[in-house]
Design a protein around this ligand. Structure first.
Ligand SMILES: [Zn+2]
Length: 376
């Protein structure tokens, strides 16, 4: 049985969202269900307000590399950035930067309010780039992934260019003019402290830096709609509390838990960056247990290479039609329940996949994939 309540919690079909990924953060408010309205561009709609913010001085260039026309934002940092820098931000994890798309995500007015309050790129950079040592240069729009990653990690993860007062005294950035004045006043003796702080922070994050997590070049985005599970395995007395973990390279996201349901409908859209060397998309289904370890309910693997190849080819010839581009044929060697057809639908490259879960007694998972071109 699918409960109505669970269904209501899912993202609606009017567009993609990163919200469910971000919702793993406990302090985020519940998602507003007015998404459909927010897409309309009325004078006070979130989209119109965002476009207005984008046109303000300082926001027309990526806060990190200066590329024109940034289409991505860091929701918690408050900056606009380009797609290349957004890939680096995403690899830092949502605890450091929550990446949202200006166009692809559905914004609520409350989110725009909070974002606006942070003051845009000029305010963000006067905080995070208050002091850049002479031997560090800010990346240019054509910077290599190494340069870009190095700078962005120093700037936001290790916070090496911040004046400590900015983080302690100013939870919300001050107006750029008054702030500069105030912080310059302190500059003389703050620098030593800033250096010591950044050193401590660097030491703390050394372990993570060593993983090179941020050094991966991303070539695009994959939107995964975890639609539903069917006839899943029983792990509690007569039922299970299933959720799905998706992993692509070292990125991991998960759906919400649906209680007491062997045929759960998540209809939950999650977004992952596609690394240059494309790994398989792995899906793991688990039963949530409160007092013991979660129980395994099966797994599956999807080769997303054909989808990405189709998306790239489509982008090159700028096709906007609707047509079939490819097919992952169901046969004895794979786990497909039916053919996974790659379709071009109104210029979007999508693939619907129905998979039998592996290493488990039973269960089928329905997934919809969409590859988002780099230019969006
Ligand atoms: Zn950039």
């Amino acid at each position: 049985m699918i409960t109505q309540e669970e269904d209501m919690n899912s993202c609606d079909d009017s567009g993609p969202c990163l919200y469910d990924l971000l919702r793993l953060e406990p302090n985020l408010p519940p998602r507003k269900t007015s998404g459909r309205q927010s897409k309309e561009e009325t004078p006070s709609s979130p989209q119109t307000r965002l476009n207005k913010l984008l046109s303000q001085p300082g926001n027309g260039l990526c806060a990190d590399c200066g590329s024109y026309d940034p289409r991505w934002v860091s929701l918690n940092i408050g900056s606009f950035m380009c797609i290349k820098c957004s890939g680096v931000h995403r690899s830092l994890g949502v605890h450091i930067s929550k990446v949202f798309s200006v166009k692809l995500d559905e914004w609520t007015n409350e989110q725009v309010d909070a974002f606006e309050e942070m003051g845009g790129n000029t305010a963000v950079n006067s905080k995070y780039e208050a002091y850049i040592p002479d031997n560090v240069s800010k990346p240019k729009p054509d910077a290599s992934i190494e340069e870009r990653t190095d700078f962005i990690r120093r700037k936001y993860e290790m916070q090496q260019f911040m004046i400590p007062d900015a983080s302690v005294c100013c939870p919300f950035p001050c107006k750029p003019s008054s702030k500069t004045e105030k912080h310059n006043h302190h500059k003389g003796y703050s620098l030593g402290l800033a250096f010591r702080n950044s050193w401590r922070r660097a030491e703390k994050s050394n372990k993570k830096s060593a993983s090179m997590a941020g050094m991966v070049e991303f070539i695009g985005l994959i939107k995964v709609n975890v639609v539903r599970g069917t006839n899943l395995a029983v792990r509690d007395m007569v039922t299970s509390d299933p959720y799905v973990i998706l992993s692509l390279g070292n990125q991991i996201v998960k759906t919400r838990v649906i209680k007491n349901n062997l045929n759960p409908v998540w209809n939950e859209k999650l977004m992952l960056s596609i690394p240059e060397s494309i790994p398989p998309l792995k899906l793991l289904v688990y039963d949530k247990d409160t007092f013991t370890n979660d129980d395994f309910m099966g797994e599956a693997e999807i080769d997303i290479q054909p989808l990405v190849t189709a998306a790239r080819a489509t982008e090159l010839v700028k096709m906007e039609d609707t047509m079939q581009l490819g097919r992952w044929v169901s046969c004895g060697d794979n786990t497909l329940v039916s053919d996974g057809i790659i379709n071009l639908i109104d210029g979007k490259v999508k693939q619907d996949i129905v998979l039998k879960l592996q290493n488990v007694e039973r269960g089928v998972l329905q997934i919809e994939l969409e590859c988002v071109p780099l230019t969006q």
